[in-house]
Design a protein around this ligand. Structure first.
Ligand SMILES: Nc1nc2c(ncn2[C@@H]2O[C@H](COP(=O)(O)OP(=O)(O)OP(=O)(O)O)[C@@H](O)[C@H]2O)c(=O)[nH]1
Ligand SMILES: [Zn+2]
Ligand SMILES: [Zn+2]
Length: 231
């Protein structure tokens, strides 16, 4: 099975991009299963279901969605195997700019849009810098000059990635992404595979449900801002 991990900033076009791409994979008679990991709510499953493919949803609720995602990779894989999937598309919540969902030997796709701002590629961090493929959407709404500068900024953050321009409305770019998916090698199994980038440390009193602000309520892994010496 090929494991495709799709991350990206909110509303960048992840589902639109993957819907168009999955249509091409289905035309090649491949069985595709899609799973969406989100925090509290998603309607992406309804959109994927319109393709007539098996769809699963995982909602992390009170747990960090990135940690929840890693903790459930084996379960998602097993579910996709039960569906006899050739390709598993796993769309993450993509909310935290400190985490990257990329796993070695899986194809990691980061979807980012031209509207997010010229300095955004730097801020998106490891989610972008560890991706195998960066899909840039919404080029139809900006000028040629803006597209070029944005692409350059993306290349600066991740010089190794293949960069694909994609129109999430028309599906232009989907064939190229389909070919990238087909040319990545099949994964023997997700167990034992390694994340490309470690998740942040947490375990503080707020992780355990504390809601009151103040030093006396803080325990565990607490990091403080260094404001320098106040004279
Ligand atoms: N103009 C334009 N709109 C786009 C493009 N790609 C996606 N959109 C629109 O952007 C909006 C968000 O697209 P989605 O596919 O839902 O994005 P997403 O990243 O899956 O969103 P979440 O999973 O909710 O974070 C939708 O209204 C899409 O129609 C594009 O290339 N150009
Ligand atoms: Zn989505
Ligand atoms: Zn995170």
């Amino acid at each position: 099975m090929r494991f495709v991990i799709v991350a990206g900033t909110p509303s960048s076009g992840k589902t639109s991009v993957m819907m168009h791409t999955i249509r091409h994979l289905l035309k090649s008679k491949l069985v595709v299963a899609a799973c969406k990991i989100d925090c509290l709510q998603t309607s992406d499953d309804e959109r994927y279901r319109r393709l007539g493919i098996p769809v699963a949803v995982g909602l992390s609720d009170y747990i960090c969605p990135d940690h929840f995602y890693v903790a459930n990779l084996e379960e998602v894989e097993r579910w996709a195997q039960d569906q006899k999937a050739d390709v598993l598309v796993l769309e993450t919540a993509g909310l935290c700019h400190r985490c990257a969902p990329a796993v070695h030997d899986c194809l990691s796709v980061c979807v980012i849009d031209n509207l997010i701002g010229i300095d955004a590629p730097k801020k998106v961090g490891p989610m972008l810098s560890t991706a195998d493929i960066v899909v840039i959407t919404k080029g139809d709404i900006v000028s040629q000059a803006e597209r070029e500068v944005f692409r350059y900024k993306v290349e600066t953050v991740n010089p190794q990635a293949r960069i694909l321009d994609f129109n999430g409305l028309t599906g232009q770019g989907a064939l190229a992404l389909k070919n990238e998916i087909l040319s990545c090698k099949e994964l023997a199994g997700i167990s034992g595979q390694e994340l490309k980038y470690p998740m942040p440390a947490a375990i503080c009193s707020y992780c355990a449900g504390e809601t009151i602000v103040g030093k006396t309520y803080q325990m565990g892994n607490v990091k403080k801002v260094d404001f320098g010496r106040l004279d």
